[in-house]
Design a protein around this ligand. Structure first.
Ligand code: C2E
Ligand code: CA
Ligand code: CA
Ligand code: CA
Length: 281
């Protein structure tokens, strides 16, 4: 038994070593990825359930690694945050998304105009000039500001609430839309709802999951929708995977929904194709 114990210890150490080596390698590779244009934005449609049409998209970053293939964001966003690389990456994401939605707004005019949701990380929020940087990008691309929705989680705001309120208020005055992501999973949802100048809530996927078989989940979703209505906020359900979920959400008067049932995140050309098909879901 002693021998076996030592073996598994050795295996464990070996495991740790390869893990940290590959993390380190990933960090090195990440430094080159931007210059080598290995990043790409994918776009996932957000549906207006009242009319069954695309109202906008969420931009989600993808890393096409030269030999690892597609690396999902959970494997590199944190590294990018810890190293500060997220700042340059975040600016690139905002520019790319603004330029894209501006083109789509021209090509597919609709009221209200098509929008793109862009995720912001807490590290970006610690930059005192974040709001002016974003406003400059919006001006540069002559974008109708209603076309950019900033998605942030409560933890983003929690680092420095006063500064977050100040920056968000500035952006809201510029006409941008602020969205609270993963709603319901944080610690003090209600107090942040009250203090932050936000325009919409995104109901976390974990509540949408199994809402068609679990009454409790359905009740939670219904309660969040009512809360949003009372506070005059838009509401988006995330992670909709089945037609039953989509129907239930519509019945609960949840206006917007996004998820694999409608479409996975897709590259820009495929997103353009979805828009030109003008499909009714
Ligand atoms: P998030 O902001 O909550 O994004 C939603 C995630 O759910 C995306 O994963 C999306 O592909 C996935 N998703 C959408 N519909 C469904 C569904 O029906 N079923 C399931 N199982 N999943 C669904 P993704 O693209 O892997 O991104 C994961 C997280 O990485 C994001 O969570 C966000 O926190 C972060 N992230 C992604 N792109 C960016 C970015 O451009 N900037 C920043 N700062 N973070 C990003
Ligand atoms: Ca998001
Ligand atoms: Ca989310
Ligand atoms: Ca999330």
């Amino acid at each position: 038994a002693k021998n076996k114990g030592r073996n598994s210890q050795a295996i464990f150490q070996e495991d740790m070593r390869t893990h940290s080596v590959s993390q380190f390698q990933l960090e090195m590779d990440l430094r080159d990825a931007g210059e080598d244009q290995q990043f790409q934005l994918y776009y996932q449609p957000i549906l207006d359930l009242n009319i069954g049409k695309i109202a906008g998209f969420e931009a989600l970053i993808r890393w096409q690694h030269p030999n690892r293939g597609l690396v999902p964001p959970i494997e590199f966003i944190e590294i990018a945050e810890d190293t500060g690389m997220i700042l340059a990456m975040g600016e690139w994401i905002l520019k790319e998304a603004c330029s894209q939605v501006q083109q789509w707004q021209q090509q597919f005019p609709q009221q209200p105009p098509l929008f793109i949701g862009v995720n912001l990380s807490s590290r970006q929020f610690l930059q005192p000039n974040l709001a002016t940087t974003i406003a400059n990008i919006v001006h540069h691309y002559r974008l109708d500001p209603r076309g950019l929705k900033l998605e942030l989680t409560e933890s983003v705001a929690m680092n420095d609430v006063d500064s977050a309120i100040q920056q968000l208020t500035y952006l809201k005055d510029e006409g941008l839309h602020i969205s609270l992501d993963d709603f319901g999973t944080g610690y003090s949802s209600l107090s942040y709802l009250h203090r932050l100048p936000i325009d919409s809530l995104k109901i976390d996927k974990s509540f949408v999951d199994r809402m068609e078989t679990n009454q409790e989940n359905e009740n939670i979703v219904g309660t969040i929708v009512t809360l949003a209505q009372r506070l005059n906020l838009d509401i988006v359900a995330e992670g909709v995977e089945t037609i039953d979920q989509a129907r239930l959400l519509k019945g609960l008067q949840c206006q917007y929904a996004q998820g694999y049932y409608f479409s996975k995140p897709v590259p820009r050309n495929q997103a353009t194709k979805l828009l030109s098909q003008n499909k009714i879901w």
